[in-house]
Design a protein around this ligand. Sequence first.
Ligand SMILES: C=C1C[C@]23C[C@H]1CC[C@H]2[C@]1(C)CCC[C@@](C)(C(=O)O)[C@H]1[C@@H]3C(=O)O
Ligand SMILES: O=C(O)CCC(=O)C(=O)O
Ligand SMILES: [Fe+2]
Length: 364
Amino acid sequence: MASNLKSENDFKGLIDFKSLHEEAKVPQEFIWSSEDLVETSKEELNVPVIDLEAIFNGDDAALAAAAKIVRETCMEHGFFQVTNHGVDQNLIDATYQEFVSLFKLPLDRKLNAMRNPWGYSGAHAARYSASLPWKETFTFQYKHYDQSETQIVDFFTAALGDDHQHAGWVLQKYCEAMKKLTDVILELLAISLDVDRSYYKKFFEDAETMMRCNSYPPCSGIHAGALGTGPHCDPTSVTILFQDQVGGLEAFVDNKWLGIRPQPNNFVINIGDTFKALTNGVYKSCLHRVLANREKDRKTLAFFLCPKGDKIVRAPENILGRQEPTKYPDFTWKQFFEFTQRKHRADPNTLPDFVSWINSNSSF
Ligand SMILES: C=C1C[C@]23C[C@H]1CC[C@H]2[C@]1(C)CCC[C@@](C)(C(=O)O)[C@H]1[C@@H]3C(=O)O
Ligand SMILES: O=C(O)CCC(=O)C(=O)O
Ligand SMILES: [Fe+2]
């Protein structure tokens, strides 16, 4: 690997955020358009908190009340929060610390762990040449139906070496805990939609999920204009986000960018495009973005629930007691994911552009 990465920084994955920060430099490749940088409103998004412990203890009235809140908020913007339910806090802390260490590795070791689309990415600079997100990411798949207890350990040791076997075990346990949490959330979503309460849980029983840690270095650029993550709707189904207390996540609601305040011990849940299609468009897949922070490093753990790749994504016939004509063509998550990786960088318009692409019988 070249000794002086900076001089060979042709933005083909060779991003050295440390030197960019020290030089207080935000290169042109990181500058976003003014429409992407629209000012944040002074207000914050009111993200209702669902106390999962309280509603799943046989109290039907509490469950019905929670389902009503979920229905209203998902029809409006698709963001809600849940209290931690069954996820050991020590496991969350250990997972967070594994990524603190991972992103401190020397750049050449991180670059050696690029397994596009999985593994390490520095600002996605190996994929894009403009509007680069001011972040490093580490992403991998978790196939719940694959009973292999070592699928994540194997990935970590292959990508990062035997000294990351422990990290793999920690992430294996974290993903197993996240999958259990999604089952509870899917039951609540089904009840909120007047669908059989096990419908979505069954649909995702052989889920192929994606786990990503986002690490946002401080951005002290003179003309910052950079974004941690650009405006987008998650193409996935349901996202469970653990965010640290730094903040920066924003949702676009009622034509305003509204901050989503971090709350300790809560997970932020948001509906993605695929689940929007699974509700025949009744629920919103909310546009959101992440601001870079001038002084502080920020990390988030995003668990993206996705169906088994070859499963047909089709909404149940009867939602909220109504039988409406289907608004979406049949598609598979494999098709949609490949569309985001090979054809269309996920943004605010991914789903409608994908539907046009499917309807035109295009191929990659
Ligand atoms: C299916 C996915 C693609 C992205 C990761 C998951 C869900 C969110 C997507 C993403 C974060 C949306 C913004 C653009 C993106 C390129 C990013 O900034 O990381 C997207 C992810 C990706 O394609 O890697
Ligand atoms: O890091 C965050 O706060 C959100 C990141 C996000 O939206 C994503 O990875 O899809
Ligand atoms: Fe997102």
